[in-house]
Structures are given as C-alpha cells and as structure tokens.
Design a protein around this ligand. Structure first.
Ligand SMILES: [Zn+2]
Length: 163
C-alpha cells in the first residue's frame, strides 16, 4: 500500500496541473484562417494590381457571384482569411439588399454580416492580388462553388447586427 502511494505521488502525470482552456483567438490558431473585418477586406482588395489584365484570374473576373469555372486552376489563388465569425455556429441565411438588388446583382452590397458573405473565405490571385470571395452553396441535390470579385466600393458593413 505504501509503495503504491509513493508511486502515485512521484508520477509526474499526476502532479501536472491541467492547463486552463486557451481562449480562441484567430491569430493564435495557425490552422484557422484569420477573420477579416470590412476595413481589412477593403484594404486587401485595394492592394490589387489593376494596371493590366491578369491572365491568371481572368476567368473569375465578374462583379457579381458566378459559379467557379470547372477548368479554373484554383492554385492561382491563395487564401487570405475568412469573413466567418468563429463565435456564430449558424450564420443567418437572410440576405441584405437595402437598394433593391438581389443575390446575383453586380451591384449587390458585400454585406459581411449577411448571407452569403457571413460564410465566405477571402482569397487573392497570386499574380495580381485581386481579392475574391468564395463559398459553397448547398442545395438539396447539388453543391455549387461560387466566387465573386471584391469591389471595395460595394463593401457594406452597416446592418452588422443579426436580424
Ligand atoms: Zn490575377
């Protein structure tokens, strides 16, 4: 009995205190993409080299949402971050169209708190740095990978709160 007690007391695994849970910070978790807020997304988009056409991402260039062209080489893009809020498990499916646009409109606001922007990843072309949003639309019998170029003028951070 005595021997067992001694062994337990000296077992380093028993003496090590459990570390407190680490609070989630996007920057600390290198596996999680960094969350970008509206000003960072705008700054990212403004870093693009717009001085000449870019053959690497020309197939994606569209002011509104498009399906990802099946032949597009995704290696032309690099992920910069996400618009998803890590504290929200089920982001709203409601869209934000205060000026009468619809989901496919070229002028639809890039409204970060609303569908589908609230689940988008932010990517950039490795060649010209143009910024693109990507998400996957899941229907009953299909899924569709979608992409939209980021026009900083369309970023709408108003109506940020959930309905
Ligand atoms: Zn490009």
């Amino acid at each position: 009995m005595r021997a067992i007690k001694a062994a337990v007391a000296t077992d380093p695994r028993r003496r090590r205190r459990r570390a407190p849970p680490v609070p989630y910070h996007g920057d600390m978790d290198t596996t999680a993409p960094r969350r970008l807020a509206a000003p960072e997304l705008a700054a990212t988009a403004r870093r693009a080299d717009l001085s000449r056409p870019c053959p690497a991402c020309a197939a994606l260039r569209s002011p509104g949402w498009e399906s990802m062209p099946s032949a597009f080489d995704r290696r032309a893009l690099v992920q910069l971050g996400t618009l998803r809020d890590p504290d929200v498990d089920e982001p709203t499916l409601q869209e934000h169209h205060p000026h009468g646009t619809h989901a496919w409109s070229a002028q639809a606001p890039i409204a970060l708190a609303w569908y589908p922007y609230n689940r988008c990843e932010v990517w950039a072309c490795r060649t010209c740095r143009r910024a693109y949003l990507r998400y996957t639309e899941y229907g009953g019998y299909y899924h569709d990978e979608r992409v939209r170029e980021v026009d900083p003028a369309l970023i709408d951070d108003l109506g940020r709160s959930e309905p």
